[in-house]
Design a protein around this ligand. Structure first.
Ligand code: ADP
Length: 380
């Protein structure tokens, strides 16, 4: 029985099987070898020469550790030690030095034998280079994202102070000197004050968006019923103005960041009460249902509805489907909702029929997976 038979567990000598195995051995693009514990390769295929460039005649007498990169030798010796003790190894990655001095990254798997151990090596240099490139890009993107978020936060924060000044002096002007102005002057003053109020809303929404984007949600058990009650109390005046009826169904307790979830509900319920045809009081329903591994929160209304073509883009920042005269707003609310859903590992989407109403669904997984970070590879 030759070594190859031993390696694959063939018990009887079969010349035809040996012939097949010899051919397969020669054809393999992976490096295959039976390596001796004396440090020399006993039996190895042509892939060694094809990929590393060392002539067969050289490899027959050259200790295999000599072609392992010097920095990886001691770890490789440890792995060989494991094989000598009868263990198997899988995906051990080390650098091999080619005859021209270049370096290839090889992933080795091995198993023990009586007089030798058996190894299979695959060139993973390109895969590692790609993973390395991906990880670097992800790092760069994360850096740029963080900078943009910092910028958005700082800009909106720093705009607040001068705006407060403009608004308070406009107020002062209105109180002190409105009577001295003619009709046109008073109109200009009113327009300027309206502009300041709108800008205040914009800045507040931008700050909320940056906060949601920057802060990791701190999850805790949230009684959704109590949370909706709080939100309805905050929205009280706005809801009363629209004459909306709000129906609240059975709501569970779930794990979430309470402030963010309240913000999401406030935006959705506020929109549901706002976007209805003039002269008709809207009905808003808040409900929840369980699906496998998730809770789906739904805010439904019988308002103006949304065309199918707009149902995706309304979640983008600053998208508004109507003029300010028809419905007030900044176009940031749904972008905040989407961010909150994503920060919880979930998503938000809408089902709607124009003229009949909309249902905004927020899917919140029970145990959201951590956002995927590409595996970092030590690669030089
Ligand atoms: P805002 O309410 O400040 O305009 P949002 O980001 O909350 O901004 O919403 C974006 C746009 O999506 C709204 O301007 C409106 O056109 C549309 N929209 C949002 N909610 C509803 C709804 N419940 N019914 C109809 N249209 C809606």
């Amino acid at each position: 029985m030759n070594r190859l038979d031993t390696a694959i567990g063939t018990s009887a000598f079969d010349p035809a099987a040996t012939e097949h195995l010899t051919r397969l051995f020669a054809m393999s693009p992976d490096l295959l070898a039976a390596a001796g514990f004396d440090g020399l390769l006993k039996h190895f295929n042509d892939a060694w020469e094809q990929q590393l460039g060392w002539p067969r005649a050289v490899m027959e007498t050259k200790p295999y550790l000599d072609i392992v990169h010097p920095e990886d030798r001691s770890e490789t010796e440890l792995q060989i030690g494991r094989l000598a003790q009868g263990e198997t190894i899988a995906e051990y990655v080390c650098r091999m030095v080619c005859v021209d001095g270049s370096v290839r990254w090889m992933a080795w798997s091995g198993g023990p034998g009586d007089e030798a151990f058996y190894i299979v090596g695959r060139d993973v240099s390109e895969r590692l280079a790609m993973e390395h490139e991906l990880a670097q890009r992800a790092d760069r993107l994360q850096g740029t994202n963080a900078e943009l978020q910092d910028f958005a936060y700082t800009a909106s924060h720093d705009l607040s102070e001068p705006l407060r000044m403009v608004a308070s002096f406009l107020g002062l002007l209105e109180r002190r000197s409105a009577e001295d102005l003619d009709e046109k002057g008073r109109e200009y003053l009113r327009l300027a004050s309206d502009g300041a109020v709108r800008m205040r809303h914009l800045i507040d929404d931008l700050l909320t968006y940056s906060r949601v984007a920057n802060e990791e949600p701190r999850r805790e058990q949230v009684d959704l019923h109590a949370l909706v009650d709080d939100v309805l109390a905050v929205l009280g005046p706005a809801i009363a103005e629209t004459g909306a009826t709000v129906e609240v169904g059975e709501l569970p307790t779930l794990e979430a960041e309470p402030t963010q979830l309240a913000q999401l509900l406030q935006n959705l319920i506020g929109n549901a009460a706002k976007f209805h045809p003039p002269g008709r009081s809207p009905t808003v329903c808040v409900s929840a249902r369980r699906t496998t591994g998730a809770c789906v929160l739904t805010v439904a209304d019988d308002g103006i509805g949304i065309d199918e073509a707009d149902q995706e883009r309304i979640f983008a920042m600053f998208t508004r489907l109507h003029g300010r005269d028809a419905y007030a707003g900044t176009g940031i609310g749904l972008a905040i909702c989407r961010r909150i859903a994503e920060r919880h590992g979930g998503r938000i989407y809408v089902e709607s029929t124009p003229g009949q109403g909309s249902m905004f669904h927020t899917l919140l997984p029970d145990a959201p997976a951590a956002p995927g970070t590409p595996r970092q590879q030590a690669f030089a």
